[in-house]
Design a protein around this ligand. Sequence first.
Ligand SMILES: Cc1ncc(COP(=O)(O)O)c(C=O)c1O
Length: 294
Amino acid sequence: MVKVSYEQKPFRREVMRTYGASVTPSPSELTAVGRRILAEHPGTTGSLGCAISEAVEDALSHEGYRYVLGSVLNQVLLHQSVIGMETKIALDKYGIKPDMVIGCAGGGSNLGGLISPFMGEKLRGEADYDIVAVEPASCPSLTRGRYAYDFCDTGKVCPLAKMYTLGSGFIPSANHAGGLRYHGMSPVLSELYDQGMMRAISVEQTSVFAAAELFARVEGILPAPESSHAIRAAIDEALRCKETGEEKTIVFGLTGTGYFDMVAYEKYNNGEMTDYIPTDEDLKPGFDSLPHIG
Ligand SMILES: Cc1ncc(COP(=O)(O)O)c(C=O)c1O
């Protein structure tokens, strides 16, 4: 488990342990790649890219073990397309056509799944939708990344993928409480973004938690911080429409509950949460880590 999540999301960790898993914070001393990352980034609280490298090494060094990436790759988007298809069927049943489809974007799997039937219609020229990826300002792979071949993991043991990326060497700030801390973006979504078939925005975490709080009070549902990125964008668009008098149907993906994220909510409620937007200088080492192709 990514070290920062291991510390900030102790209840997710304990759920896994309750079901029998032994949970190790990554980067760890247990793998060669973990030790290498720790030597290069002493005291780092890790990232998804680091945890992937360690998980792959662990799987490769144990007979009968297999590793499957949980986001980014096509099979994960395909799996999550169930969400999009169910959404489309539900909307069609009531004759509703959304104007806008919004999803939070870490590696891109929930967004890719949610938008799949809508994007299909858009690509075939059957309908138009405003499709929006919402990412954290602290890890802005679409809005500030480069479209390049890059490693899917920090230890550079996984194959290269062409994607929007901040560079596999980019380690996001530990101050960001939610997930979505992945340096790259699904190659499918990257290509759609590059072709102008969808757009992306980035939001800061205190505004994300303000949206989460409003949503919880109005809807009675405590959203996951990741989902709350999409909620922020949906609220902002609804407020904009309120001002202009426009009528819009806005669909967003509510990907999870926030019950395991109460440490982050506590920080927000205590007024201790801060925002972090990397400078161009902060992003440079990540871009410098991009592989040189051909
Ligand atoms: C609740 C929740 N929603 C969304 C995401 C984002 O992942 P992806 O962009 O792959 O859908 C995560 C990732 O950890 C998550 O925990």
